[in-house]
Structures are given as structure tokens and as C-alpha cells.
Design a protein around this ligand. Sequence first.
Ligand code: ADE
Length: 232
Amino acid sequence: MHIDILTVLPELLESPFQHSIMKRAQEKGLLSIKVHHLRKWAVNDYGQVDDYQYGGGAGMVMMCEPLANAIEELSKERNRDDPGAAYDEIIYLTPDGEKLNQKIVNALSLKENLLLICGHYKGIDERIREHFITREISVGDYVLSGGEIAAVVLADAIGRIIPGVLNDETSALFDSFQDNLLAPPVYTRPEDFRGWKVPDVLLSGDHKKIEEWRNELSFKRTRERRPDLQND
Ligand code: ADE
């Protein structure tokens, strides 16, 4: 899978993809992530990519021209003139988008080419949303200072479940939210820490019992913490 990310703050996106699972996914050739600085497509030598909003009001709006030119040039780099053909989805990260969940992440992890667009200030000119954006995603009902952190959340959630990325391929299947269930509690050594004991069943070696215990705790946690998941 290839993910292009368009941003005015490329520095914010450097480190998150250079460690751990994201790093491994790229080293294995299963994922490539390329961050592009929108200022490359600025409308003047001052690097302008935003302007005042029509109708007045505080806050700048990201202009059409740099975004349209960037999207079209990046599409050509993907060997297609038509952005709709170059990318399976052109995603705008925005608090008024559909709220991200594991189901959306799973579906996006099966795609080949994604373009993520990070908004700033008051957001991007509505015409770009109408004519280029195919999907709008929010990472939660709160406002971040820009779309970069949201893009990191989305790319990380997608990258880790691309087949072959995790060593133990089955482990993603047992994540919280797969099957609309939260994960059960986990323990590691020592068996007794300050008198706080690991549940006996986990030391029993009885795999059937252990699985039953984990299922039971998964359901209990979900019921107590996120009953809404069971109604999805
Ligand atoms: N940009 C600012 N806030 C956001 C959010 N909650 N989700 C996605 N993009 C955002």
C-alpha cells in the first residue's frame, strides 16, 4: 500500500512513521508513506497557501489552487492524470467527517493508494471537498489544531493490520474492537508483584479454560465500558 500525505507541517509527520510497527511495515516493503509539503504548491514566493474567508470572520482558509495542483501532480506521480483513478480514496481529515472506527480502518487497509489531506486553520475551501475529496474522516468528537495528528492515527491504524506487517498475523484479530469486543486483561512476569497475583487460570496451562476466561472477560469489559459496541 502507498499513502501520500499532504500537509503544511511535514515535521509533525516525520517521527511517527520511523519506529516500531510502522517502520517494520515500510522495511518489509508492505507500506510506503510519503509526506508532501503543501508549500511546494504555494501561490507566491511567500509560500502562501491560505487566505481570508469570503463573507468575513476570523480564521484563514486553505486555498483551492495549491491543493488542486498538489493533488493533480501527486496523481501523475502515481501514473494517472485523474486523481479519482490514482487514488482509491482521497481522504480529508476533519472533525466534521465520519467518525473513525475499526470497521473503516479494516476496509481502508485493503486499498492500494490513499491520499490523506491535513487541514489547518478554518479548514480547506469547500470546492476542494466537493471536487476531489472522496471521504472525510474524523478521529473523534474533539478539535485538534490540525489534521496531522489525525492523519498519523489513521495511517498507523491502517498500517499495522496490512497482512504480513505483524509478526504473529493472528494477533491483530484479537485486538480490541475486532468483533466489536474489547480485549481481555493481560499479565506478564512476575506471578506475584507486591502481593498482586496473576489469575490462577492463566498459569494453569489449560488452553481451553484460558480461552474461555479471556472470552468471558472480553464480554464483561465490553458490557461494562462500551455497551454501545454490542449494538453496532
Ligand atoms: N482536524 C482537527 N480535528 C480533527 C479531528 N477530530 N479529526 C480529524 N481531523 C481533525
